[in-house]
Structure formats: structure tokens, C-alpha cells
Unconditional design. Structure first.
Length: 173
């Protein structure tokens, strides 16, 4: 079984099972993955979570990753994409937003852009951000959750949500 967490705009494919905290037309199961995923132990071969982990409270990150670890088969793969805090800081230092995203920011103001990325992408229910990540913090959380094979990069499946600020990681159980 392949699982996508957070299918916001499009489902990866018909053979994927989807999970989100908020009901929607593309959601097969409603669950908070920091508490419990609706799957048996070692029943999932691949979990894809793009721009979803930051929607959980930062102190629940390891809980969510432990839950992903629980449901993954041996040698199962977790593919993560989160906003890269380092890229946000670099954009601030360079005084230039890393994208032309202008939700609630029609003039492209740098600080409004940074606040928008860190705190929320929009005001949809369940769409607020509660965590920021850099590579070291994300790797440490994955190690704390039990993962040992961790590497930079992960494929982009479906529509790319925020490639300009992306931190992508693949972890194998």
C-alpha cells in the first residue's frame, strides 16, 4: 500500500490511499498522523508527505514520524517535503522573497512573505503552520523516530507545492 498524507489539490494516483486531518474530496481517511494512522503495523510500503509535517505542532514531529515508522514495512520508504527554514533566512538576508507568492501580500513585501510562509499559507481550516525545519532538525527527528537510512532529496509526486523553499528528505525503515 502507498499512502499520501495531505492531498491538498490533486491525488497522486488511483492506487494511493490518502490521509488528512481535514475532510475533503480527495481524502480517504481523516487522521492526525502525530496520534495514529489508520493502518496496521508494517502494512505500508511508501508514505509521501509533501508540505504537511509543518502543519503539526513542532513538539509532535517525532510522534508523527514514529507513527510513519510503525506502519512502514521493513525497507519501507518515507518521502518528506517541508519548507526549508534556511532558505527563508537566506531570503531574508538577501532581502528578496524566494517566490512570488502573494497571499495577503499583493505588494510582495519581504516580511509579509516570511510571515506567510512560516505561520500559514492561507486561512483554510487546518492549513496553519506550527513548525519550521532545517536539515539538521529534520534528520534528528527522523533518527529519534527510529529511521537510520536518511538522505537528502525525495521525488516530487503530483503537483509541486512549493519547490522554491523545499527541503526534501527520504528515510528508509
Amino acid at each position: 500500500m502507498k499512502v499520501e498524507i495531505g492531498p491538498r489539490w490533486s491525488k497522486i494516483g488511483h492506487n494511493w490511499v490518502t490521509v488528512d486531518m481535514v475532510p475533503g474530496p480527495l481524502v480517504d481517511h481523516i487522521a492526525d498522523w502525530s496520534e495514529r494512522l489508520p493502518f496496521e503495523d508494517e502494512s505500508v510500503s511508501l508514505i509521501y508527505a509533501s508540505q504537511t509535517l509543518e502543519h503539526l505542532w513542532w513538539f509532535k514531529t517525532v510522534d508523527a514520524l514514529k507513527e510513519a515508522y510503525r506502519v512502514l514495512r521493513p525497507d519501507g520508504v518515507l518521502e518528506l517535503h517541508v519548507p526549508d527554514f534556511r532558505k527563508l533566512i537566506c531570503a531574508y538576508i538577501m532581502r528578496e522573497p524566494a517566490s512570488d507568492w502573494k497571499w495577503n501580500n499583493p505588494d510582495g513585501d519581504l516580511m509579509k512573505w516570511i510571515n506567510g510562509v512560516i505561520y500559514a499559507r492561507n486561512d483554510e481550516e487546518g492549513c496553519q503552520h506550527h513548525a519550521v525545519f532545517d536539515r539538521n532538525f529534520l534528520f534528528d527527528c527522523l533518527i529519534d523516530a527510529g529511521f537510520r537510512k536518511i538522505q537528502d532529496g525525495a521525488p516530487v509526486r503530483g503537483a509541486s507545492k512549493h519547490p522554491e523553499i523545499d527541503l526534501a528528505v527520504t528515510a528508509v525503515k
